[in-house]
Ligand binder design. Structure first.
Ligand code: DGJ
Length: 741
């Protein structure tokens, strides 16, 4: 049931009337707005000038009436330095630090003041509230609404902003952040994640010192190729798994983003997050609403483990497409064949998929293009007709062949892109982002289509629509995006006499519009988000996708680290892991690593020994027996590969009746000694009794783990179990089962 409270000097318990005589004027009433999850509260309060400030970000108080007096405990009175803790800092008036918003009014005036007008608190359901705060400029008909959506049980907050005006002519928006947070802790530690192809999610933790630290992207498309939009903030000490106050945050935007961490002269932290204003001045028409993307964050006072579980649970329930559903295990042909395949080879691979026991065969890049066949990455992109030489009987034939084998069929597309060597480029140069007067610059021999153009959006929607109408049994789409945007220039915006500075924003909006249409017509078809590996990782686009491809790097030890880091933000049901020929480790190790997510293969079955194949089949069947715990259970990161010779992670079913524990050797130095200490489990019920059984044993090997022994949950969490990892047992998977009397 929805309940809405409109507030303007009305909430008695939250409002104190402050009569302060300053400069001979009776000052305004003070309004206090707590935005509260179970473990944290953002406390906003108006000052004597009706400016809204953040006065506290911390644990909620038991007695709500005490919120009104919190500000008295902090002294933020530096007359010279300006106001640092504005809830949304405007530029051009009293503020002299990094603004959240900067505008040029219709009359070229560059000043903006924002004062509190009113707010509402809407109870969307028993778990979710939406607080909306209206700020207005007293001189210009210009307004900003701040939105705070709180999922109480998950301790997740999503924040965004809407900007609107009623001025005589358009207003230029120079900066338009999604969120402007303020923290008054003693110290701040930021973990940011740095990317490049094959090296996604490489973490760096640093203590933030005075000044502004920026993480951003200006790449346009494949926007997270170099920097991740995900971050961990830890308060007062380094981030740790099971203690301390931490925030896991992400800007939900599939384009240029900017995260600014600014320590002010009180040693307080200002966090400003939003679309990167770089080359993106936005001309806002009268009464048009500019909605920013959201900043999403989970807060925990007991470390990153709890914050991740909160974010995962939120994502599965409320954001990720079909987050509580099933996923298809698969055999992909990319690593196995690259562009070198034909119909017969694919039919053989489809048979391999059946042999492995996976649900689906996924046909990757290289199936299309005739005038310019896609036999390499320098031709054919954009020409989405089956290559008649490779596939004389079309996709439909392959879908039928798969059906005969009892496996599903999926297909790769990269619909936002074009090779200059393509019919699309020849026929529709006006659809391509490029500077008409300059030499073209290529990324992987390709260019990006101009998604600001509705015709291009129709074309992209058409690619998916044609595939699915012609092949209704098609069961899966892998949507790739390999190029960044060079020479940012839109022929469409030029034709429509719209500013070129809208390109980066309208490109992303165009992409979302296409995806909206795809999902309106095909709500269920599972889709994998891929961007040359993990170049797109945000929860806005994941509304439309069931899963994502973290990296082309499938070397399993590298993957342990990468999956560890992705797991801070994304649940394993969304994370696709494939067993490939990368790495020299045994196939058992590779499968054990890939099983911590959605399992897939990208190898040639014929290259495997009989024992390996036998093992793979057994491992797929084991995976099917525990996948629900991995997909729907709670993740506990037990032993960090960054600090130990091994890594250990476990997933626990919500009723704590079973769990699955993955242990891996991550150090290949000779005689490494890792068996001395047991691994302490987590998330079990201390009062339940459990057995522990090793599974995924390679044929001919035995286990030292006695599966008949019964342990209490208490024992397993305080003492632990020793997986007995060594150079011969480099990965160990343990199934934990409750013993019911
Ligand atoms: C990049 C992706 O990350 C790979 O998995 C593969 O699909 C290639 N593109 C195909 O070109």
């Amino acid at each position: 049931m929805k309940k809405q409270i409109c507030c303007r000097f009305t909430i008695k318990s939250l409002l104190i009337i402050n009569l302060i005589i300053a400069s001979g004027f009776l000052q305004a009433q003070i309004t206090t707005i707590p935005i509260r999850s179970k473990v944290c509260v953002i406390l906003l309060q108006t000052d004597n000038n009706e400016r809204l400030r953040t006065i506290y970000f911390g644990e909620p108080l038991n007695d709500e009436s005490e919120y009104a007096t919190v500000a008295d405990s902090y002294f933020i009175n530096d007359k010279n330095a300006g106001i640092y803790n504005a809830a949304y800092t405007p530029a051009g008036t009293w503020n002299l630090v990094e603004p959240a918003i900067q505008v040029v009014h219709y009359d070229q005036n560059t000043s903006l003041e924002l004062t509190y007008d009113r707010h509402t608190v809407e109870e969307i359901d028993s778990n979710t509230t939406l607080t909306t705060i209206l700020l207005k400029d007293p001189r210009y008909p210009f307004q900003v609404s701040l939105f705070y959506k709180v999922w109480k049980n998950e301790n997740v907050i999503e924040q965004w902003t809407e900007i609107k005006h009623n001025e005589k002519k358009a207003v230029r928006l120079l900066k338009f952040a999604s969120a402007n947070l303020y923290f008054n802790n003693k110290e701040y530690y930021l973990t940011s994640f740095h990317n490049k192809w094959g090296k996604e999610m490489q973490p760096t933790e640093e203590k933030l010192l005075r000044g502004n630290k920026t993480i951003d992207s200006k790449l346009g498309a494949r926007a997270m190729l170099l920097e991740s939009n995900n971050f961990i903030l830890s308060f007062d000490k380094n981030a740790s798994e099971n203690e301390g106050t931490v925030m896991l945050g992400q800007l939900e935007w599939t384009g240029n983003f900017k995260l600014e961490f600014d320590i002010d002269s009180y040693e307080n932290l200002r966090l400003i997050a939003g679309i990167n204003p770089y080359a993106s001045e936005y001309l806002l028409q009268k009464n048009e609403v500019f909605k920013t993307p959201s900043l999403i964050y989970a807060v925990s006072n007991i470390g990153t483990g709890e914050a991740s579980r909160s974010l995962h649970s939120w994502a599965k329930k409320y954001r990720l497409l079909d987050g509580q559903g099933e996923r298809l295990t698969l055999l992909n042909n990319w690593e196995a064949t690259h562009f070198d395949f034909d119909e017969n080879k694919l039919v053989e691979l489809i048979k391999d998929a059946k042999e492995f026991g996976v649900d689906m065969f996924l046909l990757d890049d290289g199936w299309f293009g005739n005038k310019y066949p896609r036999n390499d990455d320098n031709a054919g992109l954009g020409d989405w007709q089956e290559n008649m030489k490779k596939l004389p009987n079309g996709i439909g034939y392959l879908v039928k062949e798969a059906e005969k084998e009892g496996v599903k069929f999926g297909i790769w597309i990269e619909p936002e892109m074009v090779n200059p060597k393509s019919e699309l480029y020849e026929n529709h140069l006006d659809w391509v982002i490029r500077q008409p007067e300059r030499p073209e610059v290529y990324f992987r021999d390709q260019l990006v289509l101009d998604l600001t153009n509705p015709e291009v959006q129709d074309f992209i929607f058409g690619i998916v629509d044609n595939l699915l109408t012609q092949n209704p049994e098609l069961s899966f789409i892998k949507w790739d995006c390999n190029s960044v945007i060079y020479n940012a220039y839109s022929p469409y915006l030029n034709e429509k006499k719209l500013p070129q500075s809208h390109l980066y924003i309208e490109f992303v909006r165009g992409l979302y519009q296409v995806l909206e249409r795809v999902r309106a017509k095909y709500p269920k078809v599972p889709m994998m988000l891929c961007s040359g590996g993990g170049g797109r990782t945000d929860y806005e686009i994941l509304k439309y996708f069931t899963e994502f491809w973290p990296s082309d790097n499938t070397e399993p030890v590298e993957r342990i680290f990468m999956q560890w880091d992705y797991s801070y933000f994304f649940p394993s049901i969304a994370t696709d892991n494939h067993v490939t020929s990368w790495g020299k480790q045994p196939v058992k190790f590779k499968i054990d690593v890939a099983s911590m997510g959605k399992l897939g293969f990208d190898i040639v079955a014929d290259d495997l020994t009989d024992a390996d194949m036998q093992f793979c089949k057994r491992a797929v069947s084991n995976y099917n027996s525990f996948k629900n715990t991995v997909w729907h259970g709670d993740l506990y990161r037990l032993v960090s590969p960054y600090e130990n010779e091994i890594a250990a992670l476990m997933y626990v079913a919500s009723d704590k009746s079973k769990a699955i524990v993955f242990n891996y050797l991550v150090n290949n130095r000779q005689n490494v000694k890792v068996t001395e200490r047991p691994v302490k489990l987590n998330g079990l019920d201390a009062n339940k009794q459990y057995t522990v059984k090793e599974i995924n044993l390679y044929p001919g090997t035995t286990t030292p783990i006695d599966s008949s022994k019964v342990y209490s949950g208490d024992f397993l969490m305080k003492v632990g179990i020793n997986p007995d990892i060594d150079m011969k047992r480099t990965s160990v998977v343990l199934e934990v089962y409750e013993v019911k009397n």
